[in-house]
Design a protein around this ligand. Sequence first.
Ligand code: NDP
Length: 448
Amino acid sequence: MSYVDEVLARVKEKNASEPEFLQAVDEVLNSLRPVIEANEEMYKKQALLERICEPERQIKFRVPWVDDNGQVQVNTGYRVQFNSAIGPYKGGIRLHPSVNIGIIKFLGFEQIFKNSLTGLPIGGGKGGSDFDPKGKSDNEIMRFCQSFMTELCRHIGADTDVPAGDIGTGAREIGYMFGQYKRIRNLYEGVLTGKGLTFGGSLARTEATGYGLLYLTNEMLKTNGIELAGKTVCVSGAGNVAIYATQKAQQLGAKVVTVSDSTGWIYDAEGIDVELLREVKEVKRARLDAYAAARPSAVYHDKKAEGSNVWETKCDIALPCATQNELGIEDAKKLVANGVIAVAEGANMPTTLEATEYFQKNGVLFAPGKAANAGGVATSALEMSQNSERLSWSFEEVDTKLQGIMVNIFRNLDAAAKKYGFEGNYVVGANIAGFEKVATAMLAQGVV
Ligand code: NDP
């Protein structure tokens, strides 16, 4: 049995109840085979893969809080500090009822390679809670965030672990968490990113993941002799990543015709009106049917009633920006039959392994999330630099750096894929390019 197969078998046995984590490990280790095989004896002796698949530390804690009726509620909080070989742990906090240790581990594992790909000194981590922010009052959100941070603050710090936003954690939640951290630790430091602009946040951080997704997609298309301008794009999701991906795609001359949320989706023949979408989702925090009600060119589809989703829409480019495993094999078949040219993941692992392979077999350009959505964490690292310098850079300065980083990520993964004989396979390229730096750093630091 090869070293990769041995480790895969052991990881499966040890983490049997964590399907998303196993899916992520399976994808990464399988695509690393060429690199591992070239150094098999040494990596095995050093147990490098076993170490990379085992978090350095995982913290699980009780989060009690009082709702508006005076009733005590209890949620579970998590922080997985996965790998600090190349820098302090860095990764978002997800607040969603589906959160469990397996989800946080899959996200933390992906984050190791993503953060490495950015070229910046940040390790991999992730956190969250099964708290559902939907339908909660502002005060309930604040009480939850304060309780969550009351425990988390012992484990993080500007040079230790720097969390950020993710699903369900936006500027409001980061603000409440930062306030509580500062109060308890008596430290004004860059311990969280995605902060408000008046207290250490970076310009362009809000836009960064969506914009970065388009910068990388554009570079991938250009490298393959294709123009983004004039293309029809399907986006899923209607949150932070989806909104700013839509905005940048339209600025670059493409037309985005769909967005979705957890209950339904919009087809807008005239192209999504980003300002209206922001008003509905960011200001009113309403469902997407409110978008359709305000825009005659838009049609709303109820997901449950129709059993449909955005992927049945004919498009040139698909950008899944909602959540993991939202694009399966049947969706991939529809997209390919409708002539899709490229798929780039704005969300983390939104495409199932089967669907990814189907795209690749059918000649669809495919950019994996750990590369395509790395603009968010890269700009978070730029926020950390500004906090350390106690300076703020202009929007243009941050955006220009972000563009440079995304183009660089694409070039590095393209080169890594070519070097190992997998030209055009950007999944293999991203995993190898991300892995090499982490592996070198881990080996240099000894058995820790
Ligand atoms: P948001 O919470 O802002 O938005 C998430 C969107 O996806 C919402 O429209 C939400 O619908 C929808 N959604 C969430 N869960 C589900 C589900 N189970 N089924 C269907 N729809 C769902 O999150 P973000 O935009 O920040 O994150 C989206 C993805 O991008 C995640 O995978 C995240 O890990 C990834 N990502 C985010 C980064 C960032 O900087 N924010 C950085 C890198 C990756 P509804 O409105 O109904 O809740």
